[in-house]
Design a protein around this ligand. Structure first.
Ligand SMILES: C=C(O[C@@H]1C=C(C(=O)O)C=C[C@H]1O)C(=O)O
Length: 391
């Protein structure tokens, strides 16, 4: 990739604020265990895209919803400008005049604590505990009646933003607090601003050409030592369903050469999950479109939707009572120097002008206790809740 580079160093604050001041879309991310944040800005104003094509896409950042609609399309933020944590470089084909305008903003820091907000800040109706618990009861009944095996029900909550809130400072706090998560901050004119710290890879292809996806499910509060984790049958079965789903996708593609490791217990924030990793070395296996094909088959996985997919999706749309928007969609950089890394958008929040909307869900199976699923969504919301309360 040929990029024009400026010798000067900048801060993430400068890069982000220049994007906001210039009305540009910006994505900031920090890969798990990576030392530095990265960010990109698109200079043009056209973000809507179709089904992501990993192999042919230019360097940029995908931001895709749970379900594509006219209001919530798949978005692509092309990396006209790239920030590696220190330096800013530009793509050779980046339009010259907007590029100069961006550098002017970069040289004249705005010191604004602003972010892009949605075109209309529609008010959600927030589910009460009663309503959520009622939906879980109905889901358990539908499962017992044989309509499906698993469904993931989610809800939202609202928190006032602390005085002097800054998305970049909150991003830094997330990156420090959750070193093993994929940490992101995405801000798009007319769409809004989302941030999160997710534990779940949807599809990734690293610089060694290793394809990676995972089956992540089962949740409980973290214990001191993961070796001491004890899992109930309910969580073991719930995670096994996600595993089976990933395997069914490989089968559809007639892919037989993969490695499967797990399930293992992993820590994510204050929680533990069960995770099985699936990998394919694309240097050994000739399958040039595996990333795109698996992405299309996997999303939404049974970790965020259910099993079988169609009845679970219909149940969600009929019973959740709100629009998931970009929660439980997927996001991440593609075709950068470290490859393509798409994550499920979990443990996230949306920033409005004065408040944040927090999102979380829980997998419902035959053995679910409704009250426990409510508590689980509360625990998951704490991942972002702590960032706000510690601000
Ligand atoms: C749905 C969420 O998380 C997913 C659901 C899990 C579960 O049901 O146990 C665990 C991890 C994630 O795959 C969320 O964080 O909102």
């Amino acid at each position: 990739m040929m990029m024009g580079e400026q010798a000067r160093t900048y801060t993430l604050e400068q890069f982000f604020q220049a994007a906001i001041a210039g009305q540009k879309a910006v994505a900031v991310w920090r890969l798990p265990n990576a030392p530095h944040p990265q960010a990109c800005v698109q200079l043009g104003q056209h973000f809507t895209t179709g089904q992501p094509q990993l192999e042919t896409s230019p360097f940029g950042f995908f931001f895709c919803p749970f379900q594509v609609s006219k209001e919530e399309p798949n978005l692509f933020i092309k990396a006209d400008l790239y920030f590696d944590g220190e330096h800013v470089s530009s793509a050779p084909e980046a339009p010259q005049q907007p590029l100069q305008a961006f550098y002017t903003l970069l040289e004249n820091p705005q010191r604004i604590h602003a972010w892009h907000t949605p075109a209309n800040e529609q008010r959600h109706a927030f589910q009460t505990e009663e309503v959520f618990v009622g939906a879980v009861h109905q889901a358990v009944e539908a499962i017992q009646a044989g309509q499906m095996e698993k469904v993931v029900l989610s809800r939202t909550d609202q928190e006032a933003l602390p005085e002097g809130f800054s998305p970049v400072a909150a991003f830094r706090a997330m990156a420090e607090k959750y070193p093993r998560a994929f940490v992101s901050l995405v801000s798009v004119p007319g769409v809004g601003t989302w941030m999160g710290a997710t534990p779940e890879i949807l599809v990734s292809i690293d610089e060694q050409q290793v394809f990676h996806t995972m089956a992540l499910a089962g949740t409980q509060p973290a214990v001191e030592n993961v070796a001491d984790a004890i899992w109930r049958q309910k969580e073991i079965e719930e995670q096994a369903m996600v595993e089976r789903y990933v395997l069914s996708c490989f089968k559809k593609l007639r892919l037989r050469e993969y490695t499967e490791v797990g399930p293992r217990t992993i820590i994510a924030g204050g929680l533990m999950h069960l995770r099985t990793d699936f990998k394919v070395n694309l240097r050994d296996v000739h399958f040039p479109t595996l990333g795109t094909d698996m992405l299309e088959l996997l999303h939404p996985t049974s970790a965020v939707c259910g099993l079988p997919k169609q009845p679970a999706l219909e149940f969600i749309l009929a019973h959740e009572g709100y629009n998931r928007s970009y929660y439980s969609g997927y996001l991440g950089p593609v075709n950068g120097s470290s490859g393509s890394h798409l994550y499920v958008n979990l443990r996230c929040m949306q920033l409005l002008t004065q408040e944040a909307i927090l999102y979380a869900g829980a997998g419902v199976t035959e053995g679910s206790v409704a009250q426990k699923e409510w508590l689980e969504t509360q625990h998951k919301m704490q991942t972002m809740g702590k960032i706000l309360s510690d601000f």
